[in-house]
Ligand binder design. Structure first.
Ligand SMILES: *Cc1c(COP(=O)(O)O)cnc(C)c1O
Length: 402
């Protein structure tokens, strides 16, 4: 996904960036408190506070802060019992991190398509795979074509919108699989009034620079299961059994978040509700201003969902709009507007070419057609007007040519 532009980069009337962090609350004060009190490393009051407050914000009992979202996913998969040569079902259309984390455990991803309505993991295709392609042998659910044990489901809520969790959680119960929700991109959103992580065995968050709130780099595992939370904490701190003799119970990881970064997290979290409102207003303006352009469709939002529109993303119908998403991307770039396509669907990504993709079609179509537009919390009305103007000019140029 797009790296944020350097904060403070000069805007020579210049580029409208896709996404930049917004750090204007208590960040300075809390970081200063860390430096003043010498609590700078992986133990400290802000780590505890960030864990408590983020867990509360998403309706979970426990939070365990780690160095980034990918590490959170890696640990959560290990805690769910994923072992080498197992298989884990994961969204085909997402940033690559969850699939990489599956490989870190030695397991293999099986890619599940997006549904066309809201672009998230398709529960119907998930069921078709579990019921049609898997069989229970000696108590273990196995993929009939590979013979491997299926060991978990990783639904990824993309672009600010949670997955349709009720049918996914129901399938998980029916097939006795843990759900590790990757709710990174929909922090602050609700599905039927709750966060995407509610009901998951564990859920993971990232606070990378391009997320709705950021610690520069950081992540969190949330869960209602006290034993899983304790084990996450243990494995993330080198599995230390005895802090005096330095005895270790197993091979652990150095995955803890530092107090300085957690201080940023606490300050950012205070602003999350306001950020969500700003981003919904940005989405509303895009929706209204682009509604009459043929061939551009607005970003979807399920009636069950209150999206954050993390990255406001349109779909470009090449025939009706008169140019495809990549041509439009180049036009926007020429107008100093930074847009982005979605990710290469993961079954087409080189590290995963050999992996199974179950009836993946919609993800490919979305990857061809979708374009994310500038969506920073700090996006000004003028900047947004420039984006809208550039899109309308592109549409106008098509009309003139015709
Ligand atoms: C950003 C992101 C991650 C990875 O988080 P990092 O903190 O960058 O490791 C994982 N999943 C999704 C859906 C993401 O967008």
């Amino acid at each position: 996904m797009a790296e944020p532009l350097a904060p403070g980069a000069p805007p020579p009337g210049g580029i409208v960036p896709l996404f930049v962090p917004e750090l204007r609350g208590n960040e300075w004060a809390y970081v200063k408190e860390c430096l003043d009190t010498n609590w700078v490393s992986s133990v400290g009051p802000f780590v505890d506070r960030f864990e408590r407050e983020l867990a509360a914000a998403v309706g979970a009992r426990f939070g365990v802060a780690v160095v980034n979202g990918t590490a959170a996913l890696h640990l959560a998969l290990l805690l769910a019992g994923v072992e080498p040569d197992d298989e884990v079902l994961v969204s085909a259309l997402t940033f690559i991190a969850p699939a990489n984390a599956i490989r870190y455990t030695g397991a293999w991803p099986v890619f599940i398509d997006a549904e066309p309505r809201c672009w998230q993991m398709d529960p119907v295709k998930l069921e078709a795979f579990l019921a049609g392609e898997c069989r229970r042998i000696d108590g273990a659910l196995r993929n009939r074509s590979t013979g491997r044990r299926v060991r978990g489901i990783v639904p990824v809520g993309i672009l600010g919108h949670p997955c349709d969790m009720d049918p996914i959680l129901e399938l998980a119960r029916r097939f006795e699989l843990p759900v590790i929700g990757d709710a990174t991109e929909c922090l602050g959103a609700t599905y039927k009034g709750r966060s995407m992580s509610e009901g998951c065995t564990m859920a993971c968050y990232s606070f990378n620079g391009n997320k709705i709130i950021t610690t520069g780099g950081g992540g969190m595992i949330v869960t209602d299961d006290e034993a899983l939370a304790a084990r996450a904490r243990y494995l993330s701190t080198q599995a230390k059994d005895d802090p005096i003799e330095y005895e270790h119970g197993e091979v652990g990881f150095n995955y803890r978040l530092t107090n300085v970064l957690a201080a940023l997290g606490v300050a950012q979290l205070e602003q999350l509700p306001a950020y969500v409102e700003v981003k919904r207003a940005i989405a509303q303006r895009y929706r209204e201003a682009l509604a009459d352009l043929p061939g551009l469709s607005a970003m979807p939002e399920s009636p069950d969902v209150r999206s954050t529109f993390w990255l406001y993303t349109i779909r470009v119908d090449a025939v009706r709009f008169g140019m495809d998403s990549r041509a439009l991307l180049r036009r926007l770039a020429a107008a100093a507007v930074q847009a982005r396509p979605l990710w290469q669907p993961l079954h087409r990504s080189r590290p995963f070419l050999g992996c199974q993709a179950h009836q993946v079609e919609v993800a490919d179509q979305l990857a061809r057609e979708a374009l994310s537009l500038p969506s920073s919390v700090s996006l000004t009305a003028d900047q947004q007007q420039r984006v809208i103007g550039a899109l309308r000019a592109a549409a106008g140029a098509v009309v003139e040519r015709a």
